[in-house]
Design a binder for this molecule. Structure first.
Ligand code: HXC
Length: 239
């Protein structure tokens, strides 16, 4: 995201460009992993407040104001957010749509929408609550209290914290690692993890088992196990 003069405020144009870029990346077989980031000091300061100011309820409903916002959460390929600095409101929600969140030491996560007389609208009450639990979510949403990178790590919102200068490098290193794996197994595994938030334990376990069995229909499963047994490095084809 590159709107530094507006702290990467997520205006309609940015969100529709992001959605169409994600369409292209998903369709490109050379792309295995998607990393989303902003600049040093700002991931995104939320939806564009200046653009939202004149909007009224019937218009946001009929125009489906947030139609481009869920594209990221529908990515089949793995997604990683590299968050430097502010991830506020819609910025925090965008990061939470990603599969993995890395942050730098100056990262700040918050859902300050109530301070603007509105409320989170793209996962700030739902994904946040599933990630960090009700108490922290309520406090963040109801008071606008922001989490530092360390707090976000402790709360389970993000998986790792790095110095600012190495954040993107580390994110790309992880992306590279995932890109070496079987892209088929990666997609199935991502589906199974996401299903944990949607299904009961017994149904989720059955779903996981069925997906696991289905990997036995792939060449990659044989390649991976064969390489282990023969002490070689596997090269996966996605088949
Ligand atoms: C529009 C924004 C913006 C935003 C910053 N800017 N955030 N414009 N929408 N969300 C603009 C400022 O107006 C300013 O423009 C320029 O970016 C620089 O910002 P400053 O405030 O001067 O910078 P700084 O003092 O460093 O403060 C940074 C900040 C602050 C802490 C990130 O800008 C801030 O609090 N921003 C708003 C955060 C927020 O409330 N987010 C939630 C939005 S609601 P000018 O023209 O003055 O230079 C939301 C709803 C999501 O996200 C639900 C549906 C998806």
């Amino acid at each position: 995201m590159n709107r530094p003069t507006a702290k990467n405020a997520l205006c309609d144009r940015l969100m529709s460009q992001l959605a169409s870029l994600l369409d292209d990346l998903e369709a490109d077989p050379e792309v295995k992993v998607i990393v989303i980031t902003g600049q040093r000091g700002v991931f995104a300061a939320g939806a564009d407040v200046k653009e939202m100011l004149p909007r009224r309820f019937p218009a946001v409903l009929h125009e489906e104001f947030l139609k481009d916002w869920s594209r990221l959460s529908r990515c089949q390929k793995p997604t990683l957010a590299a968050v430097s600095g502010y991830a506020l409101g819609g910025g925090c929600e965008l990061a939470m749509m990603c599969d993995v969140i890395y942050a730098d030491e100056a990262a700040i996560f918050g859902q300050p929408e109530l301070l603007l007389g509105t409320m989170p609208g793209a996962g700030g009450t739902q994904r946040l609550c599933r990630a960090v639990g009700k108490a922290v979510t309520m406090e963040m949403c109801l008071t606008g209290r922001k989490l530092t990178a360390t707090e976000a790590l402790q709360a389970g919102l993000i998986s790792r914290v790095f110095p600012a200068e190495s954040l993107l490098e580390e994110a790309l290193k992880t992306a590279e690692k995932i890109a070496q794996l079987s892209s088929t197994a990666v997609i199935l595994c991502k589906r199974a993890v996401n299903a944990a938030h949607e299904m009961s334990l017994s149904v989720g376990l059955q779903y996981e088992r069925d997906l696991f069995y289905s990997t036995f229909a792939t060449e990659d499963r044989k390649t991976g196990m064969d390489a282990f047994v023969h002490k070689k490095k596997p090269t996966f084809s996605g088949k």
